[in-house]
Design a protein around this ligand. Sequence first.
Ligand code: LMR
Length: 328
Amino acid sequence: AVSAAALSVAANAAYADTMGCDDGEMVVKFAHVTNTDRHPKGLAASLLQERVNAEMDGVMCMEVYPNSTLYNDDQVLEAMLQGDVQLAAPSLSKFETFTKQFRIFDLPFMFVNMDAVDAFQASETGQAMLDSMQRRGLQGLGFWHNGMKQFSANVPLESPSDAEGLKFRVQTSDVLVAQMEALGASPQPMAFSEVYGALQTGVVDGQENTWSNIYGQKFFEVQDGTTETNHGVLDYLVVTSVDWLDSLDADVRDQFLTIFGEVSAERNAAVGEVDADNRQAVLDAGGVIRELTAEQRAEWVETMQPVWAQFLEDVGQENIDAAQAINA
Ligand code: LMR
């Protein structure tokens, strides 16, 4: 009889085959949770895979597991420390148990747009964040962009009071919990793969996410509409383990990091286009998008901005000042 373990080894080998890995190549697994098609992370991961597998043929072979098929974001960093997966790109909201520094990205209305996010990340402070978890065994390789977040719900959201009493799915982040509480809503941390079902069955009433995720996961199908608040940032840290990176021969590591840097620059530069494309796709598919007047927007800012003070100690006034200077 063939054991289940042997079967699963065979299945993995067959999968690796279809990905074109050869004997002797170092297999690098990249696990993520989004779709691949017209998604900022999916497209970047696919381009990285394509280039690594073409240019490092015979040395390294990358397998990408999208759509939470290998791990969800709550499991992937532990799996990485165990050596079961080598690359992941969780959103910056999902690193709380490793560092509190990324909390600045979750604070509502901290960054005016993705250019400001990009400039902050490129600054000395932003670049130092890549190394902030080394002690815990994780190494940030670089940031990948997704976009600004919007709110959707099963009722129209125009004024912040419309969110009062509603249940909103949030990523696992204390800042995002506090943000929903500031609105008088009830935050429900939940894995990304469960959100569509939770919206559909009414386990939650609403959620916040980017156009690429709202279209990619079809959230708009099970919501009244989406309000274009641009109230927060959803961005990623591409991360690996210190041990894995150290284990590479210097020339292999250099080649890999060079490809990674080029792919990141190329895809980050294209992210505005992908975001706009997904926003349009929501409209084309019959989704409702509500825009805010300047007065309405000011109400959302006023209601949510007090959250900054709650996390001032984790984030640091100097970093808030630096972010605000970039916005200006
Ligand atoms: C979410 O959980 O909503 C996002 O972090 C998913 C993602 O990877 O974009």
